[in-house]
Design a protein around this ligand. Structure first.
Ligand code: SF4
Length: 409
């Protein structure tokens, strides 16, 4: 029998991951919906183990509204956790029936698999605490390696991309965007904020190229930016971005409202959010001026000194985001894709500044807890994040000026 091999591209951290099971401070299914795909659902119908058969009949519910082959049913949740999680926090389906009986969702999580021009790309989502540690705690940055592995027996691919040889659409330059974006994000000649601002200029200019139908000129645009980050072109370019803290605080207040109205269930995110609110004293009826003062005090006294030595954690979050999400072709507009990443970055920074004031300092554990729970709440809950993005769109805030203010302040 010939073994089918497949080319892979993976961040090096992938080799270090294994689930820490009952030692995990959050479990995968806590506060989530666990979908069951069609093949697994049929397997559950044929289970012989009488105890498990009864449990599956009771706790696997058919999805009656617009089911697809990947979500024909879902798990019943008990106290916001999957009904099959035992008292030690372990999955009883895996323990009693074996790994083959896990649904596609549970088999793949917290991995993400994309297929780009036939190559499998694996990465980890930072909504898992152990994955977050592996992704963020790499002071030298995330490195990638190409390899080969046995082709998987199940198709667990999230996104498949095939770029044609003859380019006709801006998305056909996917590999080039990603190479340039990650190169800029990892170029430590510039501060991380400046790297994000350079990307903003690039994707804004790309948007203008698309409006002028200059698709064939996109490679030279990307090349020009790559050259400019290497020379002095951008040095001092961003010193005059206005200090508009009130815009940041408006985002913060919207978040507080969202937190109250959208039924956010991640206990770890709610703790971070509560610490941020307490640190900035947002709910203490303080005037905007006083909140600004708290923000600036925490920024200067706690956040900046910590981030100066740990900027790589935020860089690694962004690089992983770009790789995992197939940035920037995950949206119909490249600038919108950029704006989504900036809003997430800005939410992280805002929370860390508030948390730093609350704890009178920051540690890597604070950053890990925040990024993991924020990713679980916003990146994996389309609805809450879409509400926030729609709000920004309605207020015409998806612009380079507004994004620059969010990054810089
Ligand atoms: S969240 Fe990650 S470490 Fe925790 S149980 Fe799930 S896969 Fe394991």
């Amino acid at each position: 029998m010939t073994i089918k091999m497949v080319d892979t591209l993976i961040p090096e951290y992938m080799k270090e991951f294994s689930c820490i099971g009952s030692a995990c401070e959050d479990t995968c299914c806590s506060g989530w919906r666990v979908d069951i795909d069609e093949v697994t659902y049929k397997k559950y119908k044929r289970v012989d183990n009488l105890e498990m058969k009864a449990a599956l009949e009771k706790n696997v519910i058919r999805n009656r509204s617009n089911p697809t082959s990947s979500n024909v049913a879902k798990m019943k949740m008990r106290h916001l956790k999957c009904s099959f999680l035992d008292n030690e926090g372990l999955c009883s389906i895996q323990l009693k029936l074996g790994e083959d009986y896990l649904s596609n969702t549970c088999t793949v999580y917290p991995r993400r698999i994309n297929k780009v021009n036939g190559m499998l790309e694996r990465s980890l989502t930072v909504s898992c605490p152990e994955a977050t540690r592996l992704v963020l705690l790499k002071p030298d940055g995330i490195k990638f390696e190409q390899n080969q592995e046995v082709a998987p027996s199940r198709n667990l691919t999230s996104v498949t991309i095939d770029t044609p040889e003859k380019v006709s659409h801006w998305k056909d330059f996917f590999n080039e965007y990603r190479y340039v974006t990650i190169s800029i994000l990892q170029n430590r000649k510039h501060s991380l904020e400046d790297r994000l601002l350079i990307l903003g200029m690039l994707y804004n200019e790309l948007e203008e190229y698309l409006q002028d139908n200059k698709i064939e000129q996109i490679p030279s645009l990307l090349g020009r930016y790559l050259d400019c980050v290497e020379d002095e072109t951008f040095i001092g370019e961003f010193n005059n971005i206005p200090n508009r803290l009130e815009i940041k605080l408006r985002l913060c207040r919207e978040l507080v409202v969202l937190r109250l109205t959208e039924g956010i269930t991640s206990a770890r995110f709610l703790e971070c959010s509560r610490d941020m609110i307490s640190g900035l004293k947002i709910e203490a009826n303080l005037s905007e001026d006083e909140i600004n003062k708290n923000y600036e005090y925490s920024f200067g006294k706690f956040y900046s000194p910590f981030i100066k030595n740990h900027e790589y954690m935020l860089e690694n979050y962004l690089v992983n985001y770009v790789f995992k999400n197939c940035f920037p072709i995950d949206c119909d507009s490249p600038f919108e894709s950029y704006a989504r990443m900036v809003v997430l970055y800005s939410l992280i920074k805002l929370h860390l500044i508030g948390m730093a004031n609350h704890y009178e300092g920051l540690s890597s554990d604070h950053v890990i807890k925040l990024i993991q729970s924020l990713s679980k709440t916003f990146e994996h809950n389309g609805q809450v994040f879409e509400k926030l993005m729609n709000l920004l769109k309605e207020n015409k805030f998806i612009t380079l000026t507004y994004m620059s203010i969010l990054i810089k302040n």
